[in-house]
Structures are given as structure tokens and as C-alpha cells.
Ligand binder design. Structure first.
Ligand code: NDP
Ligand code: 8X3
Length: 252
């Protein structure tokens, strides 16, 4: 994987940050994106002795900022081989009749439109070079719908559809497109979903062994390190204790 460059959105936490660490260990140069500058600085300081690291601070919801940030990449970072569309989150867990419209806007704007903006900004150099690998981080919530998950599940079903659509449209350029769809992973995901109610967030992962972000990062590296003729198109991974969005064995 020497001399490859990956851009990871949502690299300041959870799955994105662990993916950055695993990629660095495997000599993949990094463009790390997020909104929390102090976290970007910290992860850059941690990894820069292993690989070249560039950070970009932008909100994936703000179209102009996405294009400006990606357009600002210096020469040595502007050929992106791997795009990890990871930035995303859930806001709230409410029945549809009680859901907050601001929460809905955030999920659709970040998980769907943000992913599209970043992809659109990066694709020209991939299509021109007829080269690239895009990994869309979906979710088991993009494969099934669970009670009160309505809009988050819709946003991840949209990622599932876009993953298929991108793969079809980019096929003629030889660009690989695939999704990694995790079940429950212990990250800041639930802290964000429950708006800083850390007790409620912690309870989500109590009584069973959930996936850790490292587990997903290792899988993402496996996917991107396959030979060029191999494209893992769609991968679902859950902890052993989890059988579906709502069935979790707490007696293992
Ligand atoms: P975290 O909350 O730990 O990380 C989310 C990342 O997304 C952060 O780095 C955050 O960075 C970034 N992000 C959020 N909003 C924006 C925004 N508007 N603009 C730019 N970056 C943003 O959660 P996870 O690591 O768990 O989530 C990563 C992905 O994995 C998401 O797409 C999530 O839906 C998906 N996923 C998570 C699962 C889980 O159970 N944890 C299971 C299945 C899928 P910053 O705040 O610095 O901008
Ligand atoms: C995150 C997994 O089950 O909390 O996408 O929606 S779940």
C-alpha cells in the first residue's frame, strides 16, 4: 500500500480515527477531515512520524466549504486513491410523530448530502486517472429499520442506494466502490445521538460485547488492501452478540 493516499471524513473520533491509525501502520498517507481542530492536530501529531498527514477542517453540510477545502489540497496530497466516506451520526431516537425536524435535517444533511458533496469534490481526479477506491460507511440501519430509527435508517438506506449507484456509474472508470455496514460500535455515536446524555449513551452498550472501532478499522483496511481486481461491494459486520438491529444476546 506504499505511496497511496486516503482521505477519511470523520477522522476525529470513532471508526474514522481508528481507520487513520490502521492506515498509518500500513503506510497509507492521510488526509484527515473533521470539524474539531484540536482533535485533528492531535491525530496528526500522533501519526505524522509514520506517514504524511494533512488535515482539513470543514463541515460536510456546507457545500462551498467542502469544495474549498478539497480544492486547497497541496500538490503532494491532491491525488486521492482511497476515499472513506465515514462522517455521519444519528440525532435522536424518537417515533416519527415526535421526531425533531432539526434532527432530521442534520441526519439527511450530514449522512446523505455531505457524503455526496465530498464524493463530487473528489471524483474528477479519480475519473480522470481512471483509478480510485471509495468506501461508504453505511450501517445495519441501512439494511433494516428499527423502532424509532426512522430518519437515521432512511439516511443509511440512502447510503446503501448511493453505494450501488456509484458502483454502477463509476464501473467504466475502473473505480472500486463498496460499503462497510457495521452494527453497534462503541464510539461517540450514542453520545451524539442522545445529545450528550452519556449515561444513556453508555447504557446502549451495556451487558454485551459490542464492536469496537478498531474492529471496523481492520475490516476497512482489509477491504482496501485487496488486489485491484477484487472489489468487496457490500459488507455487513455485527458483534457476535448482535443478530439484528433489535436482537442482542445479553447472556453471552
Ligand atoms: P463518532 O461520533 O465517534 O464519529 C463521527 C465522526 O463524524 C466524527 O469524526 C465527527 O467529527 C464527524 N462528523 C460528524 N458530523 C460532521 C459534520 N457535519 N461535518 C464533518 N464531520 C462530521 O461516530 P462513529 O465513528 O460511530 O461514526 C462513523 C460512521 O459510522 C457514521 O457514518 C455512522 O453513522 C457510522 N456507523 C456507526 C455505528 C455505531 O454504532 N457507532 C454503526 C454503523 C455505522 P467532528 O465532530 O470533529 O466534525
Ligand atoms: C449505528 C448502528 O443500530 O445504532 O448505525 O443504528 S445502530
Amino acid at each position: 500500500m506504499n505511496n497511496k493516499t486516503a482521505l477519511i471524513t470523520g477522522a476525529t473520533s470513532g471508526i474514522g480515527r481508528e481507520t487513520a491509525r490502521v492506515f498509518a501502520k500500513n503506510n497509507i498517507n492521510l488526509i484527515l477531515c473533521g470539524r474539531r481542530q484540536e482533535r485533528l492536530d492531535k491525530i496528526k501529531a500522533e501519526l505524522k512520524s509514520q506517514v504524511s498527514v494533512h488535515t482539513l477542517n470543514f463541515d460536510v453540510r456546507i457545500r462551498e466549504d467542502v469544495f474549498k477545502a478539497i480544492g486547497s489540497l497541496p500538490e503532494n496530497f491532491n491525488k486521492i486513491d482511497i476515499l472513506i466516506n465515514n462522517a455521519g451520526n444519528a440525532h435522536g431516537l424518537d417515533p416519527i410523530q415526535e421526531g425533531g425536524i432539526d434532527d432530521w435535517d442534520m441526519m439527511m444533511d450530514i449522512n446523505v448530502k455531505g457524503l455526496l458533496y465530498v464524493t463530487k469534490a473528489i471524483l474528477p481526479q479519480m475519473t480522470q486517472r481512471k483509478h480510485g477506491h471509495i468506501i461508504n460507511i453505511g450501517s445495519t440501519a441501512g439494511k433494516e429499520v428499527y423502532p424509532d430509527g426512522n430518519v437515521y435508517c432512511a439516511s443509511k438506506h440512502a447510503v446503501d442506494a448511493l453505494n450501488q449507484g456509484m458502483r454502477i456509474d463509476l464501473n467504466k472508470f475502473g473505480i472500486r466502490v463498496g460499503a462497510v455496514n457495521p452494527g453497534m460500535v462503541k464510539t461517540e455515536f450514542s453520545n451524539v445521538r442522545f445529545k450528550g446524555d452519556d449515561q444513556r449513551a453508555g447504557d446502549v452498550y451495556k451487558g454485551f460485547e459490542p464492536l469496537m472501532p478498531e474492529d471496523v478499522a481492520e475490516i476497512i483496511y482489509f477491504v482496501v488492501s485487496r488486489p485491484c481486481h477484487v472489489n468487496i461491494a457490500d459488507l455487513v459486520v455485527m458483534s457476535t452478540a448482535q443478530a439484528s438491529s433489535t436482537i442482542v444476546n445479553k447472556e453471552l
